[in-house]
Design a protein around this ligand. Sequence first.
Ligand code: AMP
Length: 498
Amino acid sequence: MSARTRHFRTMILDALDLHARVRPASFAIDDVTYGELRDGASRVAERLRAVGVAPGDRVVLYAENSLGFVYAYLGALRAGAIVVPANVLYRESDLARIVEDSGARVMCVSAQSRPFVASGYSGPVVDLADVVAWAIDAHIAPYACDRTPDDTALLVYTSGTTGRAKGAMLTHANLAAIASQVTRAWAWTSGDTLLLTLPLFHIHGLCAGVNGTLATGARLLLRERFEVSDVIATLRAGKTTMFFGVPTMYVRILERADSGPFPAVRLFVSGSAALPASIHEAFAARFDASILERYGSTEFGFALTNRYDGARYPGTVGFPFPGVRVRLVDANACDIPDGEIGEILVSGPNVCAGYWRDADATAAAFVNDTDGTRWFRSGDLGTFDTERGYAIVGRTKELIISGGFNIYPREIEDELVSIDGIRAAAVIGRPDAARGELPVAYVETEGVADVDIEAVLATLRARLASFKVPREMTIVDELPRNAMGKIDKPALRARSAM
Ligand code: AMP
């Protein structure tokens, strides 16, 4: 293999250069072509260098989705910096933690996010509107700084729904591996157009959506956020071939769209949280489309996917992506037999190098095989079946132990959302003197008056073992969720303890 080929295969930026050479006039992001995107990224890199960004410096991107965000991301990488995406919903303390822990050199913000810049931060603040202006300013000389595949490209702070946020260090090689895995598994080509409404500060939007597009030379239609009527209209317009979402987006589409297929869409992907089997089935029945579910996390991008060609079983996440290895283990990190529940371990070129400046957290997150293979402990519990693949049953920390019985909240949540009128459900354990913990449920309904709690509990009693039936069920207007639409169970637990 020539040095040049090897180089291309390791860097997302090299893919951008390649497509800018081969198809300069093809659209990359909205109406921006590959030629424009490459030139713009190099100009932004030059301006960031002039602002003081040196190779290895951390550049925080704190903004909602926009073209400026993509230019800042690519420009910062091209300047040799480490990009630190920060959730745009973060305020004072969450943001201060990221800015301080990463040692931010520069913060890139939008008009909307600028008022919330961490008070302790005194470094340069760059407006993404200026970034777009730099990108199209032909007077700015292009700049590029060489990096190696093992250099850190992204520092992504994990959702933080449990404990202190930690920065997962993803290298350029990790990004290339993740992009290669999703593009191969999902048969992505330069002819595809992806509608992306997922936030770019999260791995699903950035590493699958943006990097997958750049790796293949495809086109991205980027939206600031998910607006259900816009998404339905765009998918119906017949120009989009792929849509990536989280389960709540599919619930919203089902609430709003009439039946009938979406003409050009060949692939709907769901991930970041469990897609209830009932939603998969309802979507298939209404739109004649079988949602492909994948399983991933900030620390390893993606690990499991339903088959692209072949049956997709509701409630399962399929098989490892090409190049990824997955195992199920018990509490002693020993393999368990098929059919039993174990913790998911992940190994492969996609798995992050560890946590930023946190050797203890890194050591706790990995186990090493006798042959030296490094396995990431996902903290998720799953099962395996040779035909259907893996299924996620919940987080190790969410397991409820009641009177000595294990209760996996997901099983009860899936039953709850399959009942008419229940839109979303969360089951947590409440401390109990006699049984250790008792399951209690919180549900979000489509119309509060329509759901009879006693009738729902009676349905569950008929379907589940008695120890799994929630001892209490509360109807709430809205469950607490994070920016990815994932239910925030620690917040619910705090509420339940009050
Ligand atoms: P994040 O790091 O924010 O992407 O969160 C990763 C976590 O989301 C995983 O550890 C899982 O708990 C959860 N997750 C991601 N995909 C799925 C899925 N398809 N089914 C169930 N849980 C998922």
